[in-house]
Design a binder for this molecule. Structure first.
Ligand code: ADP
Ligand code: CIR
Length: 344
């Protein structure tokens, strides 16, 4: 697997990998190999193969974050403004701000997700097919213990027909079955084996199994009641935490395959109509970034906006608590709503 040549990137490549991978760091990391066999070439494969990556790295295991820290730490600092230490989890709801009326009126739906992986296993890019199946079994067992209000059914991707799968993707409930960034990272190996989704009866609570992370725990509702969605997520996360041992690190919090998700591993997002700001998407992205927010398209990462509706979420996940990240998002949404009204 050894990559003996320093990767070259075209001028158009704007990834954090290109920005932070110096020849010196690359040479320093040659020959390092984690217990699950992960090397620097594995870590950076997605960014080398997919030059339009924004980040371009996926870790194979907990040890990757220590062994390849000379590259990863500057990337974490650049993306999150922190490379740890990460604070203890805090899902408290007491001090969340109110959303303004103009913000509420323009929010179509709200989703909060956290990524989790299991202690004792490699992350997705380095996991074996047998281990991936074990992970799925453990998660299914834990899901059986969810409180009645969020009970539902687990649907294995291998047993799902195409129409049902496409319908769930179109309704924003299920991950896509093709993603060249994940393919390059080794995350699509053996697809769709051991992948699936748990859906609560009302579909407001769901858990993705063995996609980019072993678990993506998700709450999603129509409208802009961010607090209610966060509360629902918290209920599911704490129930699952009682039955699963999640992979954590004293410095980096919850560990995830993508460095952008470390810490809280939480992305809280609203689908928001920003008709006034939509006329200049580049300016919207710059303004959102300055507010610590990320703008995505209507079908998630690497998709386009439609009808002036954008996916607005917290950008930072490491070095802040869950409550702080939600607070930050809510304040930012109020700010964007005000700017949008002025621009209209
Ligand atoms: P992740 O949230 O795990 O980083 P994506 O950006 O790919 O991943 O989003 C996953 C799915 O969730 C996509 O279908 C996306 O449109 C949907 N989604 C995200 N936020 C919202 C929201 N607020 N309302 C409805 N769907 C959403
Ligand atoms: C990329 O590098 O573009 C993909 N691997 C996705 C990175 C995650 N994106 C993000 O901004 N949170």
């Amino acid at each position: 697997m050894g990559n003996s040549k320093f990767p070259s990137f075209t001028d158009g490549c704007a990834s954090l990998l290109k920005k932070h991978l110096t020849k010196e760091i690359w040479e320093e990391l040659q020959g390092r190999r984690t217990a699950s066999g992960f090397t620097i070439s594995d870590l950076i494969r997605s960014g080398v193969e997919q030059e339009d990556s924004s980040i371009g790295m996926y870790a194979g295991d907990a040890e990757s974050y220590d062994l390849f820290a000379p590259l990863l730490d500057p990337v974490l600092l650049d993306y999150h403004g922190s490379s740890g230490p990460h604070p203890a989890p805090d899902f408290s709801l007491d001090a969340l701000p109110e959303l303004s009326r103009e913000a509420q009126e323009n929010i179509l739906s709200t989703r909060v997700r956290v990524g989790r992986n299991l202690a004792g296993y490699p992350l997705g890019p380095a996991i074996s097919s047998a281990e991936r199946r074990e992970v799925e079994t453990r998660i299914k067992e834990a899901l059986a213990h969810l409180p009645d209000a969020i009970q539902g059914a687990y649907h294995s991707l291998s047993e799902m027909n195409q129409t049902r799968r496409q319908d769930l993707v179109a309704r924003h409930l299920l991950f896509k079955s093709e993603d060249r960034f994940l393919t390059s990272a080794g995350l699509m190996r053996d697809w769709p084996d051991a992948r699936g989704i748990f859906l609560s009866r009302d579909e407001a609570f769901s858990v993705w199994v063995n996609e980019e992370d072993q678990l993506r725990i998700i709450a999603m509702k129509k409208g802009g009641d961010v607090t209610a969605v966060f509360r629902l997520l918290t209920e599911g996360v704490s129930a699952l935490s009682r039955h699963l041992d999640f992979l954590t690190d004293p410095r980096l919090g919850f560990l995830t395959s993508c460095p952008t998700n470390l810490g809280t591993a939480m992305r809280a997002s609203v689908h928001m109509r920003l008709t006034g700001l939509a006329t200049d998407e580049a300016a919207l992205k710059v303004n959102a970034e300055a507010l610590g927010l990320q703008v995505r398209g209507i079908h998630g990462e690497h998709s386009q906006s439609k009808g002036g509706v954008f996916d607005i979420s917290n950008r930072m996940r490491l070095g802040v608590t869950e409550a702080e990240a939600i607070t930050h998002l809510m304040r930012g949404i109020n700010h964007l709503a005000r700017m949008d009204a002025e621009a209209a």
